[in-house]
Design a protein around this ligand. Sequence first.
Ligand SMILES: [Zn+2]
Length: 263
Amino acid sequence: MNLLPFIKQLDHQPNATRRALIAEQLNELNVSYIEQPYATGTNLVVNLGRAGRKIGVGTHFDRVTDSGGANDNGSAIAVALDIIRRHQESGSAAGVRVFFFDEEETGLKGSQAYVAQHGTQDLVGLLNLELVGMGDKLALWPVEAARQGPLLSAFEATARRQHVGVSRFGQLVTNTADHVSFRSAGLADAFTITCITDQDVAVAQRYFEAMTQQAPLPALYELLVQAPLFRHYHQPTDTYEKLSEAALAMTSVAVWDTIQTMQ
Ligand SMILES: [Zn+2]
């Protein structure tokens, strides 16, 4: 299933249009969804499978003003829709809740509004997707070496079984994404998944070394843009043709197979 054509549709569109395009896809898949309006935005939430505790799959659909919004976070939206399609086609009973959050980029507002209203009691954990359209391995963050959790373990075991490189990062330049709202609300087994390359890892190491040496901000930025992951990050050039179907498919299969092993 090619996901890039849908990401192309999302590129540079206003957030409300991006949300409407997701709703259109859900209608085409014959999947019902819940709209959760809050003070400044609206989330979309999809429940799949049997009732009871569910595995959360998180994405945000808003983009930084002026950014194309393809890898951040059209890639995650496309993968989440692919997970929904796989669930529908397989007739799986696995309990899954897919989130399309509003206003992540302006302070995690959508996910905060969700946990404030619904809490996290009925969730097993959260696989939050950020920038999953470039690269050939998976980064889990912020996940320190000592961190444990059933969903975390299942995801790592699944990726290894698929011969997909998977590494933990205490920090991936930033620490912030929608997993923060869920962890703050008491869901410990919540983490973010990002596709990366070896070059990204090498640059990240040099970046943190430069930070400990208190390098000036412009120097840090120069360093950061040497990483493919950050070259177009929050830029107008974050557009669909920079992404690869292989990275999107790798993420989708890893998430889907994890969901199935958690049943
Ligand atoms: Zn993002």
